[in-house]
Structures are given as C-alpha cells and as structure tokens.
Design a binder for this molecule. Structure first.
Ligand SMILES: [Ca+2]
Ligand SMILES: [Ca+2]
Ligand SMILES: [Ca+2]
Length: 446
C-alpha cells in the first residue's frame, strides 16, 4: 500500500523491484535445483540423481556408477579421496613410481595406475595415511569390498604394520578388516563383507607404519560387489547350515539393533564342534533389541521345506520368529515362539510356497533382561513332490502338526499371521546405530 503515499513511491518501487528480484532469484534457484535433480549421463540421457552410485548401471554407458568406489585408478580415483593432512598420504600414481612391484595390478604394466603411500615421506612420530569413500545409498545384504594390495619394505621387512579397512558411520568407527604384514609376496587380494549398512557411511583405507619401518603401500582394483538391491551373490541358495565353518548364505541385517553371534561355548551346539547362532539378553540391553539373519530372495515357483533347531531359555527372554517376505508383499510371520521353552534344543518344521521370489529371516527379540535365543542345524530344501514332511514337532501354537493332507504354506501363514504377528514386525528399528550391542565382526589376515 506504500504507493498511496507520494513520499514513499521510490521506496515502494524499490520494494517491488526487490520483490521481482527475489522472485527471479527463487525461480532461478528452483530451476537450477530441478536441473540438479537430473544426472547427465556421458551417453547423453538425463536421469534422476538418485541413480548415481546406487550400485546399478542406469546410464547406457554406466557413467552414473563411474565415481562410486569400484576403481582401477587408471583414469581417476572413482570417489576415493585422500584425507591425510601430511605428505604421508595416499596418491594416485603410476606404478613405476617404485621399482618393486614396478607394475600395477590392472594392466600389469609400469604405466598402470595405483593408489600409493610413499614410505619415505613419513611425517611426525605417528604418520597416518587415510583415504575414504562415502557410500550414499544403503548397500544390499551381501555387499562386499575386495581389493589388491602391495606392501613393500626394503629396510625392515620383518616389522609388521597394519592396513585397516574401516567403516565409519557418524562418529562410530568399526574396523572391518586388518591386514598385518611386513612385506607382501607381490600383489595380494582381500575381500570383506560390508552387508546392508544404511546409506551415508564411509569406507576408509587406513595405514600407520610401526615406528622404525619404511613401507610403501599400494592399492589397486578395488571392487564393490553384490551391493545393489537386486544383486544375487554366488551360492545364495546355500541355506542349509550347521554354522560349523561360517554362516553359509545367511546374512546379518545391519539395519537391526542387535547382531546374531556365531558361537560355540556355554551352550553346546548340535554338531561336532558345536557352533550355533545366538543372542543373549542382559540388563544393559534395550528389551526391544532385535537381531535378524536374512537370506537373499530365493527363486520362485517352489515349495520350500525349512527345518531348524532352536533353544529359547531364560527367566526373562523374548521371542524367535521365522519370517518370509515374498517380493512386493509385506513380511509374514510364518512361525513364532515366545518366552522360555526349557533348557533344551527343540525342533521346528515349516512349509513355504511361493509363486514369487521369497526371502526368509530369523528374527530374535531380546524381550527381557536374562536368557538366550539360539538356532542351529537349519535345513532348507525345495520339495519335488510339492509338499514337505509332516511337522515333527506338534504344539498347538503356530503348528498344523502335519494333519493336512497337503500342507499349504498359505494356510499356515493365514493362521499364524492373525495370531502372533506383532505390531512392530516390519519397518526399520528406530534405535538403530552402527555401534550395535554386539558390534561388527572384525576379520583379520595374518
Ligand atoms: Ca546407478
Ligand atoms: Ca590400476
Ligand atoms: Ca552347529
């Protein structure tokens, strides 16, 4: 209304100009931000920025995944950045910077490129070299990082230093892999599981030599594999597992608040060396703490028979569920037991049928402050006859006791779902942190 007062006309004009200017600025910002929401592929298409570094090639030429961690270092560093402040640091260099090994791993030639720490540039009392890559999107269950490394020390090959691969989520730093070596025999390879870590974490290669050692370190051909949500790792159907050597193709769910532990002490497992998977409730633990072991989605059009042994014992212990998730559908609790089941191993038989790929998981909820939940001897098989053996444990809860002539998983699910599915059985756990109560397993080489 300023224009009514002649003395303020100029000011009013100025304000209108200012308004126009602000409006134009807003439009420009909007235009540039909507422009920013598209990623220009080198092959010409424009795609939503969300496709960048989601572990899947969306551009025709794959340029949306060019700066996404997987790297041969021939043209650039693919998103890996040196974060060391001193000359003792990671640099992308030609392999002929040193006489040994004298060649990179990708091209096996002197002009190939690697990431390199020059050992003679040691700075201060405790030199540290770090390079990092930020993983924006959540990785998949079987996501892993592999790489080739070379450690060379002409003067003190017997002194062992440690190359660490770390996972950094916020302020929490977790070592995923530690390689202790004085000198490698040429290029050596290492692989470590990352798992389905929520997006926004950093991977870091950290090296700090021992006091008197002078070590050149090289990295090459870093790969991140099976990190895309639809990626299927090899042998993903190896779900029958006694846990004696490893977890077969069962994966930790790192989005959960608790981790299953593979262990053999205290409670005897069922097989020779007695390894099993377990969670233990204690007073320092949130009672809603939940751990999940998950499979990769299994192929469709099969009747799948699942049996396993379980042990749920303690004065104040929660529940164990077997959950299936058919692609595009919500999770279904196929089977559940709550509270102590006595100090013994018990047996469960389940039938799962699916016209769609189905993902299976074991979910344990602490539920209290004393007791444990364990599983062992999982057997998963597809049924040729279309039906599974009659259930060998018969209790009223959640079991059909083999009474049906053709056990139907659909019927099973219907019956159990209404009875025992908890309100919180799907969706992320709110209190997730990387520093889960059980922490992450650290792998060590040498
Ligand atoms: Ca992509
Ligand atoms: Ca290379
Ligand atoms: Ca076992």
């Amino acid at each position: 209304m300023l224009w009514r007062f002649p003395g303020f006309v100029g000011l009013g004009y100025e304000r209108r100009s200012m308004k126009t200017f602000i409006l134009l600025s807003v439009l420009l910002v909007l235009a540039s931000s909507s422009h920013k929401e598209k990623f220009p592929c080198k092959s010409g298409e424009s795609l939503p920025v969300g496709v960048v570094c989601d572990f899947k090639e969306d551009c025709q030429d794959g340029s949306d995944e060019e700066f996404c961690g997987t790297c041969d270092f021939e043209r650039h560093s693919c998103g890996w950045t040196n974060t060391s402040a001193t000359p003792y640091s990671w640099r992308r260099q030609m392999a002929n910077i040193t006489i040994v090994p004298g060649e990179d791993h990708t091209t096996e030639g002197p002009w190939g490129h690697v990431m390199h720490i020059n050992g003679s540039e040691k700075a201060g009392m405790s030199p540290k070299a770090t390079m990092e890559y930020l993983v924006v999107h959540q990785a998949a269950l079987a996501c892993q990082i592999s790489f080739w490394y070379h450690i060379y020390d002409d003067e003190s090959p017997s002194s062992s230093s440690t190359l660490q691969v770390k996972l950094i989520q916020g302020t929490a730093e977790v070592p995923l892999l530690e390689i202790s070596d004085g000198r490698t025999n040429g290029w050596e390879n290492a692989t470590v599981l990352i798992g389905n870590q929520p997006g926004g974490f950093k991977l870091s290669f950290f090296f700090s030599p021992q006091l008197l050692s002078v070590k050149d370190v090289m990295l090459d051909d870093i790969r991140m594999d099976y990190c895309g949500q639809d990626d299927v790792p090899p042998e993903s159907d190896l779900l029958s597992c006694d846990f004696e050597k490893n977890m077969c193709s069962w994966y930790h769910d790192y989005t959960a608040s608790l981790m299953w532990k593979r262990r053999k002490d205290k409670l005897r497992g069922l097989t020779a060396n007695g390894y099993y998977m377990v969670i233990e409730a204690d007073r320092n633990m949130n009672i809603s703490s939940t751990a999940r072991l998950k499979s990769i989605p299994q192929s469709a059009n099969e009747v799948i028979c699942v049996s396993f042994w379980y042990h749920i014992f303690g004065n104040s212990i929660g529940s164990l569920k077997f959950i299936s998730k058919r692609s595009g559908e919500p999770e279904t609790v196929v089977w559940m037991r709550s509270g102590t089941q006595g100090n013994k191993w018990r047996f469960a038989d389940l039938t799962i049928s699916s016209g769609k790929p189905v993902q299976m998981s074991f979910e344990a909820v602490a539920g209290g402050d004393q007791g444990r939940i364990a599983i062992d001897e999982i057997v998963v098989s597809s049924s040729e006859s279309g039906s599974c053996p009659p259930e060998r444990e018969c209790t009223f809860q959640g079991s059909l006791c083999g009474l049906l002539s053709e056990p139907s998983a659909d019927f099973n699910w219907e019956r159990v779902t209404g009875m025992s599915r908890p309100a919180n059985s799907s969706g992320p756990i709110a209190d997730h942190t990387l520093g889960t109560e059980q922490g992450l397993p650290v792998h060590q080489i040498k």
